[in-house]
Design a binder for this molecule. Sequence first.
Ligand code: AMP
Ligand code: MG
Length: 356
Amino acid sequence: MRAEIVSMTADRLDEEAIARAGEILKQGGLVAFPTETVYGLGGNALDPEASKKIYAAKGRPSDNPLIVHIADMESLERLVTEVPEKARILAEKFWPGPLTMIFPKTEVVPFETTGGLDSVAVRFPSDSIAQAMIRAAGGYVAAPSANTSGRPSPTTAQHVEEDLGDAIDMIIDGGPVGIGLESTIVDFTEDVPVVLRPGYISLEMLKETLGEVRMDKGLISPDSSIRPKAPGMKYRHYAPKADLAIVEGETDAVVEAVNGFAAAADERGEQVGIIAAEETVSRYPKGIVKCIGSREEEETIAHNLYEVLREFDQCQVSEIYSEAFYTPKMGQAIMNRLLKAAGHKIISVQEEKEKC
Ligand code: AMP
Ligand code: MG
């Protein structure tokens, strides 16, 4: 099977194609679609067979639950046993938008969709193509990111086609996504809301709205014995084919260290890949250097991250070195993804110097 590809824009929907996508989903098929975060791989969330197909298409471990996408608030009530007041406040403020919330599930939601858990993750996306498709499908679309498991999430329809073109029924091409990183996930199954995955909506924004909000301990110390609560966060993920390391420390020291690695590779007749910010990109004379965006406009870094990681799969590089991007607002989300892509390999330039 080769996926049918249909193109449209958020302000000019192709109603006929949306209706067809809805029909495919109702019949248990799979449709990839754009959202404001990344492209999703949709299946009917209330159909256990459709969820199984999603896992099979992605090669995703079946204990890694799917997010159920809805297109109105009423749909939430059918999926969950209770909506705490704080979740209602967040929904009011950030939905539709890049926020996923986790609640105790009702019987309507099959365990195949939740990876066997008693809770369900729900998101109301703001993208109008996504909303129209969810409505056409009957209101409940389970959708993980539309990439092969382990690869960087797709931010264009071409990325989806590369990974899943032979495994699904339809791809809706709505152009490049806006944000480029997956949604923030907040768990409401405990007393205090807990962030299970950082995203565009930062911990600070959540705290401003709710007061006390915690970060999942398994996220803050990912190498320790504490496991992240979101099953998906424990996997190496977003990874390019070549090994990636993050080089952190004072800017001049980072540039010098990376140039040292590039020169050493050059002597071996190899090339390194380098991921750099616009502010420093011209300071790397050797290797294949890719500009990820500007530290002054951190949204550009988030937006380009997965594209850059994918681009390196087309290049002959022995290894990839990336600068660190602890930017003020999205830094937590960017570094969470980058660290996972690097399998948490960090080269701290200061530390290296102290050891000498
Ligand atoms: P993706 O679908 O690729 O955006 O990944 C969805 C993320 O949500 C994964 O990290 C899942 O483990 C997490 N997730 C989904 N449902 C739940 C749940 N009920 N409890 C905890 N984490 C969840
Ligand atoms: Mg994913």
